[in-house]
Ligand binder design. Structure first.
Ligand SMILES: NC(=O)C1=CN([C@@H]2O[C@H](COP(=O)(O)OP(=O)(O)OC[C@H]3O[C@@H](n4cnc5c(N)ncnc54)[C@H](O)[C@@H]3O)[C@@H](O)[C@H]2O)C=CC1
Ligand SMILES: O=C([O-])CC(=O)C(=O)O
Length: 328
């Protein structure tokens, strides 16, 4: 049965993530194989022509699900009636920068975009912020969309989650599908905490199947600093893997997590696990009926507590910094 079309807005459509993302959305991988897609591409004026070129290529794929492509440099037009907003457009970091260095440069983008979402997006709009610093950019957008339920604003830590799955699978020589209940806590930054104490491999706790030294000195830093390692190796920040994670995030949000498993997403804190209410922080989440829910009741030992707190403290600092800049 053919379903109603879903309007998907992608900002930064002419960028490297945009190029890796749009074809997958148009082919049906974002929502599902029966859902027609209407694409809205938002770019800055200088990049509209490049976005038009990408749209020509989308046309040339003759995707059966792709009903329309609109390209604009106006945020209000881009978000009018949108169901899924993927906020990718931002300046990426280059060698030697931390993602937090981008706060001021990118903060200014997310305020008007939040306002435009508030003004015209569909009632069921779901927002995923990819542009860095993703958690705090999502906070800025959410602060300027008071009429949209706060829970609809999320930021992407699925790439970190996927990186952690892959590192652990290689270490234990198991398949990705053998790993359940892995969690990324906190900020999408070098302070993030990939947690193996609740993760299970073959039904047993993952942390008990690896050496403590590997966990603390290799696994955690490798996952947390993977973005910088990609920049070092590729000379540009991760793009196809980031697009893949954005597809995974929205697909899970809409279609749900499997029974007995969860994923990671940065969502608005309700105060769970001592994370101050209102911060957009990564948690273990399930998705049911189109909603993310923070997994409750996990015991947090001291090793994990210190690391979660460090990342959450960084989010508090970022929030305070954007407050000072008048962005929230
Ligand atoms: N959360 C995550 O896991 C990840 C986040 N990122 C972040 O994603 C963002 C995009 O990365 P790339 O595609 O590699 O960058 P890019 O530089 O290739 O593309 C960014 C695009 O955004 C556009 N843009 C800038 N301001 C805009 C605005 N106000 N409205 C609409 N479009 C605008 C630019 O014209 C450009 O085409 C960066 O902030 C990067 O750090 C990248 C990888 C992973
Ligand atoms: O590291 C960066 O700047 C890009 C990014 O967020 C990632 O690859 O995780």
């Amino acid at each position: 049965m053919t379903q109603a079309p879903v309007t998907v807005t992608v900002t930064g459509a002419a960028g490297q993530i945009g190029y890796a993302l749009l074809f997958r959305i148009a082919s049906g991988q974002l929502i599902g194989p029966d859902t027609p897609i209407k694409l809205r591409l938002l770019e800055i004026p200088q990049a509209v022509k490049a976005a038009e070129g990408t749209a020509m290529e989308l046309d040339d794929c003759a995707f059966p699900l792709l009903q329309s492509i609109d390209i604009t440099d106006d945020a209000r037009t881009a978000f009018d009636g949108t169901n899924v907003a993927l906020l990718v457009g931002a300046r990426p970091r280059t060698k030697g920068m931390e993602r937090g260095d981008l706060l001021e440069a990118n903060g200014g983008i997310f305020k008007p975009q939040g306002e435009a979402i508030n003004a015209g997006a569909a009632d069921d709009v779901r927002v995923l912020v990819v542009g860095n610093p993703a958690n705090t950019n999502a906070l800025i957008a959410q602060a300027h969309a008071p009429d949209v339920p706060a829970e609809r604003f999320t930021a992407m830590t699925r790439l970190d989650h996927n990186r952690a799955l892959s590192q652990l699978a290689q270490k234990l020589n198991v398949s990705i599908t053998d790993i359940k209940k892995l969690t990324i806590w906190g900020n999408h930054s070098a302070t993030q905490y990939p947690d193996l104490f609740h993760a299970e491999v073959g039904g047993k706790i993952a942390a008990e199947q690896v050496e403590q030294a590997w966990l603390a000195d290799e696994f955690i830093p490798t996952v947390a600093k993977r973005g910088a390692a990609i920049i070092e190796a590729r000379g540009a920040s991760s793009a196809a893997s980031a697009a893949n994670a954005a597809i995974d995030h929205v697909h899970t949000w809409v279609n749900g997590t499997p029974e007995g498993d969860w994923t990671s997403a940065a969502v608005v804190s309700d105060g769970s696990y001592g994370v101050p209410e209102g911060l957009i922080s990564s948690f273990p989440v399930t998705a049911r009926d189109g909603k993310f829910e923070i997994v409750q009741g996990l015991e947090i030992d001291q090793f994990s507590r210190e690391r979660i707190d460090a990342s959450v403290n960084e989010l508090v600092e970022e929030r305070d910094a954007v407050r000072k800049l008048g962005l929230i």
